[in-house]
Write a protein that binds this ligand. Structure first.
Ligand code: FES
Length: 291
């Protein structure tokens, strides 16, 4: 069995759920404004992969510097930097983790345990170095690097194989034909709430969420960028000063004007199509970046 197949086996173990659930509820209980900061909703990009660069980069660099005796004081500074930076990185990861599906949460729990163990080893390394026990400090640091590397591989599997943090809307929009899609007469669309229309794809039909406000029409891929929730079954609400399309699954809100997230857990924008009117009919097309 491949390593990735082994991780998929772990993601299937439902026995972990009972132990995981209290932590998940605790994170979900944070104020939504705090969670949105941690998700990266304000950035329009998941924050966790941005923040993890600091501890990972610091610790890898410290590992290299520790190999050169005269550079070891600099390694100690980098280890301390990584320890401090791991706290916001962990908090943003926990916020994302709490809103994922069960398989991602199980692997995410293992990722967190390994990261916590690595953090403990690095903290121990700092203490040992402070006491003048340099050899022990380096052993602890290299052990921490090994654990953090293994944990990073799990995080990569969560992102690339389980699509956590990826935009599910971007996947859906690529299935659409690049031609203009006829969505029917403007007058058939309800006012101020999403309606479902279907876009022609190269191999399958792609659901679209269409919102009419007077003569204006906004068209989005219906699969929510967070976890593919059906935005055509959502609502239109004013969220933080913007008229938004709100997902019925976890409440992410996307500005009707440009698809940017106004409320999480989504951090990626929602894919919005170009729109034009032709003889009273609505036509939409995927944006040029996907053509
Ligand atoms: S699927 Fe989670 S907010 Fe839409």
């Amino acid at each position: 069995m491949s390593l990735m197949g082994f991780l998929d086996r772990i993601a299937d173990v439902s026995a972990f759920d009972k132990a995981i659930e209290p932590a998940r509820r605790a994170v979900q209980g944070l104020p939504s404004a705090v969670k949105d900061v941690l998700h990266g909703t304000w950035l329009g990009h998941p924050l966790h992969p941005v923040l993890v660069q600091v501890p990972v980069g610091s610790w890898v660099s410290a590992g290299l510097l520790d190999a050169v005796p005269r550079l070891r004081p600099a390694a100690t500074v980098l280890i301390g930097t990584g320890v401090a930076a791991s706290v916001p990185a962990a908090l943003s990861g926990a916020a994302d983790w709490s809103e994922q599906g069960s398989g991602v949460r199980r692997l995410g729990a293992l990722h967190a345990v390994l990261n916590t163990a690595a953090l403990g080893l690095y903290a121990g390394s700092l203490v040992a170095r402070g006491q003048g026990r340099g050899t022990l400090g380096r052993v602890l640091a290299y052990s921490g690097l090994g654990l953090a590397g293994g944990s990073a591989a799990i995080g990569g599997h969560m992102s690339y194989a389980q699509s956590s943090g990826a935009s599910h809307a971007a996947t859906a929009v690529r299935a659409l034909s690049t031609d203009w899609i006829d969505l029917g007469p403007l007058d058939d669309l309800p006012e101020g709430r999403p309606a479902m229309r279907t876009g022609k794809g190269s191999s399958m039909a792609v659901p679209l969420a269409v919102v009419r406000r007077g003569a204006r029409v906004d068209v989005f891929v219906a699969a929510c960028s967070h976890l593919s929730g059906p935005l055509d079954e959502g609502t239109v609400e004013n969220v933080r000063g913007s008229d938004c399309l709100v997902c019925p699954w976890h409440g992410s809100a996307f500005a009707l004007d440009n698809g940017e997230p106004r409320r999480g857990p989504a951090a990626n924008p929602q894919e919005k199509l170009e729109v034009r009117m032709e003889a009273g009919r609505v036509k939409a097309r995927v944006p040029s970046r996907h053509r």
